[in-house]
Design a binder for this molecule. Structure first.
Ligand code: C2E
Ligand code: MG
Ligand code: MG
Ligand code: MG
Length: 291
């Protein structure tokens, strides 16, 4: 495992591995090694979904599923590191399918538990995954195979994905919407989507990127962007949620500016399923009526 040792040697911290070092030829073989490890990891069940609470008016109303890779030698590897590689190598197709199925299994489990029943679940979808020919049947199979309800499943898409092939995107979104599946535009404001496309796409929600939330109290431009995204969502009839909320002051600013839905470390980091579920029962109380 010499290659693996190389990419581990460049570990930048407990949670991150930096292997895109353009100065080192070794980075190339480290990538190849990681790709091989991804393949093996998928076969060996090294992936896990964590769940980050999404909250609205003090209640947890759903979660975002975030992929975690427990590498046998490298500890946890961040999706920011391996998702791009999975996209390039095509491994995102089986990996994404696994994520969808696992997320839907979780949704079906929640539906059977009174205190968890109305929770929705947002799943990140990457461009190559979305644009594969059988993406729609794959989502429908995940729903049907688990008994999860479409209207509790939300797919998080990014601006680049939407623009890759607008006609294909609109068609697929329409097909899934017929089953109740919702769509959230992730990292909104960091990409290149035009307002004209935004109007055409059957979205349900815009997600204010955490890069605007971070300095919302100190940077007037970020504050203006955050307010503008809320206003835009409102006037287009879309919901809005802020990501990366870490402080009470950020939450308060957002609420004052009519963004009541948020997720972030202020409430909770992404958690293993059992811990997330305990958090929901504790935060919402056990008597949540079924919807
Ligand atoms: P994203 O979808 O924009 O997810 C938000 C990221 O912010 C997550 O990082 C989350 O853990 C982190 N985060 C949440 N709250 C806070 C906070 O208060 N402060 C800060 N600083 N960060 C916060 P994570 O889990 O490392 O995921 C990174 C990206 O990887 C995601 O960005 C998403 O684009 C991608 N990703 C994760 N899971 C999947 C997946 O299952 N499929 C695909 N295609 N992409 C995924
Ligand atoms: Mg996301
Ligand atoms: Mg995001
Ligand atoms: Mg982001």
């Amino acid at each position: 495992r010499a290659d693996l040792a190389m990419y581990q040697a460049k570990s930048a911290g407990r949670d991150t591995l930096r292997f895109y070092d353009p100065q080192m030829q070794a980075a190339v073989s480290a990538r190849a090694a990681m790709e091989q490890d991804l393949r093996a990891g998928l076969a060996q069940g090294q992936f896990e979904l964590y769940y980050q609470a999404q909250t609205e008016q003090g209640r947890i109303t759903g979660a975002e599923a975030l992929l975690r890779w427990r590498h046998p030698q490298g500890g946890f590897i961040s999706p920011a590191q391996f998702i791009p590689l999975a996209e390039e190598s095509g491994l995102i197709l089986p990996l994404g399918e696994w994520v969808l199925k696992t997320a839907c299994e979780r949704l079906a489990l929640w539906a059977a538990q009174p205190g968890l029943a109305p929770l929705s679940l947002a799943v990140n979808v990457s461009p190559r995954q979305f644009h594969q020919a059988d993406f729609v049947p794959q989502v429908l199979a995940a729903l049907a195979g688990t008994g999860a309800e479409g209207h509790l499943l939300k797919l998080e898409l990014t601006e680049g994905l939407l623009l890759d092939d607008v006609e294909d995107t609109i068609e697929k979104m329409g097909q899934l919407r017929a089953y109740g599946v919702g769509f959230s535009l992730d990292d909104f404001g960091t990409g290149y989507s035009s307002l004209a496309y935004l109007k055409r796409l059957p979205l349900d929600q815009l997600k204010i990127d955490q890069s605007f939330v971070r300095d919302v109290l100190t940077d007037p431009n970020d504050a203006a962007i955050a307010r503008t995204v809320v206003a835009l969502a409102t006037s287009l009839g879309l919901r809005v949620i802020a990501e990366g909320v870490e402080t009470e002051a950020q939450r308060e600013f957002l609420a004052r500016n009519h963004c009541h839905a948020w997720q972030g470390f202020l409430l909770s980091p992404p958690l293993p399923a059992a811990e997330f579920e305990a958090l929901v029962l504790h935060t919402n109380g056990p008597d949540l009526p079924q919807t």
